[in-house]
Write a protein that binds this ligand. Structure first.
Ligand SMILES: NC(=O)c1ccc[n+]([C@@H]2O[C@H](COP(=O)([O-])OP(=O)(O)OC[C@H]3O[C@@H](n4cnc5c(N)ncnc54)[C@H](O)[C@@H]3O)[C@@H](O)[C@H]2O)c1
Length: 289
């Protein structure tokens, strides 16, 4: 049986996620958007690329949720992206009515409104944030990005917690390879990674790396890979946090989140994670979910 992935929102992130998913032949894709014609046009255009790509993914665009029935995964990318000078949190009330950024609070809202169990409502941010960290580390050390693993915990915002201790190059902790001051510069650039791109683009925010991150999570679930990735998950006492979506390492497989991995944190790292969780809590309080 072919897998089916619905993508809600056919803007930059949604359409590019469809592109990655179809070009990797992970699933058939249904694109949906409120703007008439956009998902249909982008869907048909992408479908027509498939013979060239030698892929049999079927792609279709629609305004009708009937076409999304029996989807294995639904990716929500609908929303309004931020403009220069705006933080993700400035999008809170607008996007609560649509659902996307600020990611952790929106994941919490999607969890509450859907009634799904926590393993089936997963927020994408950590894969993107850690990919950015990996690029900055690889560029600094002039090594392949493939050699670099990096961990980023916490909310998808200014309080995110990149973890140099758990970030490695070919198994060597980066704390052994990069001086503390340089490391702090890379950590700060990772925190500001989204804003750096918003500043260049002026209208709109990043979408190639965000949509690639979506595709990695989709692949891990559809192929039951049991891949450990940093994702926003509802914590139920893990890391001493209860009832909040926070970015933590999870095992992704066919059931969704199959395990939340608890790693040991230093008191400073735990304090940074708590601060990050507090900022999610504040946003969740504003929208009352
Ligand atoms: N979590 C992350 O890491 C991350 C990364 C990048 C972007 N984002 C967020 O993703 C969202 C989309 O970003 P983008 O760059 O694709 O924006 P975009 O403006 O290019 O696309 C958004 C699309 O959503 C559609 N839309 C709006 N309301 C809808 C609804 N009710 N139903 C269906 N479609 C609807 C719009 O018509 C538009 O086509 C933004 O909110 C952005 O902040 C999150």
């Amino acid at each position: 049986m072919r897998k089916k992935v619905t993508i809600v929102g056919s803007g930059n992130v949604g359409a590019t996620a469809a592109h990655w998913i179809a070009s990797k032949e992970l699933a058939d894709v249904v694109l949906i958007d409120i703007v008439e014609g956009v998902p249909q046009g982008k869907g048909l255009d992408l479908l027509e690329a498939m013979p060239i790509e030698k892929r049999d993914s079927f792609v279709v665009g629609t305004q009708d949720y009937k076409d999304t029935a029996n989807s294995d995964i639904v990716v929500i990318t609908a929303g309004v992206p931020r403009k220069p000078g705006m933080s993700r949190d400035d999008l809170l009330n607008t996007n609560y009515n649509i659902m996307s950024n600020p990611l952790d609070a929106m994941a919490q809202a999607a969890y509450k409104l859907s009634g799904f169990p926590r393993e089936r409502v997963i927020g994408m941010a950590g894969v993107l944030d850690s990919a950015r960290f990996r690029v900055f580390i690889a560029t600094e050390l002039k090594v392949s990005v493939e050699n670099v693993t990096a961990f980023v915990l916490g909310g998808h915002g200014d309080t995110m917690v990149p973890l140099p201790r758990y970030s490695t190059v070919a198994g060597i902790p980066i704390t052994e390879l990069i001086e503390p001051a340089a490391l702090e510069r890379l950590v700060q650039r990772t925190r500001d990674g989204g804003a750096e791109i918003v500043k260049y683009l002026k209208t709109g925010s990043a979408y190639y790396a965000p949509s690639a991150a979506v595709a990695e999570m989709v692949e891990a679930i559809l192929k039951d890979k049991k891949k450990i990735l940093p994702c926003a998950a509802l914590l139920d006492g893990e890391y001493g946090i209860k009832g909040l979506y926070v970015g933590v390492p999870v095992k992704l497989g066919s059931k969704g989140i199959e395990q939340i991995i608890e790693i040991k944190l230093t008191p400073a790292e735990k304090a940074a994670l708590d601060k990050s969780a507090d900022s999610v809590k504040e946003l969740v309080g504003v929208i009352g979910v």
